[in-house]
Design a protein around this ligand. Structure first.
Ligand code: HEC
Ligand code: HEC
Length: 202
């Protein structure tokens, strides 16, 4: 508790010094896994700049058990345990806060031109209609932004949708829609489109 408080005092000072939104207390522990610099190591996606509606939905789903309950989803289980400690107010506040933070660039270098070209063609043909031509997302279609996510996180989520680890709950219409789409992709297609997005859509 003492530590949490200290962390907040330190980080809140840094954030307000930057002229950014003041960090809510409930966000004090999120950065330990979600900050761009450490996200690659923990497997946690970047939350900065993601749509508020989507962050809110995911946090509610971790809580209600519609995401992160599958036995093969150890990372999801970890995040579900964290979400269960949040109140409904925390969830709204956190979703708004992270959606307003500036995206930290995480563009990955990839020199495999053939792979990137394959990924680009898949994206334009199968993904852009919902996720947007710059992968900026589209609230009207419940589609999150993908532009700030890493290749590894994208590939893992696609394989989770594809294998029924994510997006199977009856109440989760957007998840089931994405799961259906993922099943039209081969494992190689998923790697290619993830590489293309992770490299900043060259
Ligand atoms: C111990 C590490 C850890 C901490 C601390 C943590 N997370 Fe996570 N979070 C993860 C991981 C790992 C994932 C990805 C799970 C997966 O692969 O499906 C995740 C996923 C998420 C997602 C889904 C994002 C998306 O693009 O679908 C949201 C939203 C989220 N976390 C919010 C939070 C918030 C808010 C906090 C602080 C209250 C927090 N997390 C703290 C590890 C963590
Ligand atoms: C018909 C609209 C639609 C199309 C087409 C579509 N998606 Fe999605 N996608 C969604 C929706 C809706 C969600 C949110 C699911 C949820 O709420 O859990 C999503 C979620 C995702 C996620 C999870 C992001 C995260 O932060 O965890 C990834 C990755 C993804 N889509 C990749 C793709 C790729 C790659 C393609 C093309 C092969 C694609 N999508 C095509 C609607 C679509």
């Amino acid at each position: 508790m003492q530590y949490k408080l200290m962390l907040c005092v330190l980080l809140c000072a840094v954030f307000s010094g930057d002229g950014q939104a003041e960090m809510p207390a409930a966000a004090a522990t999120c950065g330990a896994c979600h900050n761009a610099a450490v996200a690659a190591a923990t497997g946690a996606p970047q939350l900065n700049g993601q749509h508020e509606f989507y962050l809110q939905k995911q946090l509610q789903q971790w809580q209600s058990g519609t995401r992160g309950q599958h036995p093969d989803d150890s990372r999801g289980q970890q995040m579900a345990a964290i979400a269960r400690a949040l109140s409904a107010d925390d969830i709204s506040t956190l979703a708004r806060y992270f959606s307003q933070l500036p995206v930290a660039a995480v563009t990955e270098t990839n020199t495999d031109a053939a792979l990137l070209d394959k990924g680009r063609r898949i994206y334009i043909g199968n993904c852009g209609a919902c996720h947007g031509d710059k992968a900026q997302g589209n609230e009207a279609l419940n589609a999150p932004a993908l532009s700030m996510l890493t290749k590894d996180y994208l590939a893992l989520q696609l394989s989770h949708f594809n294998s029924g680890v994510r997006g199977t709950a009856k109440s989760d219409r957007p998840g089931r829609q994405m799961a259906l789409i993922s099943r039209s992709l081969s494992a190689a297609d998923m790697q290619a489109v993830a590489a293309y997005l992770g490299a900043g859509m060259p």
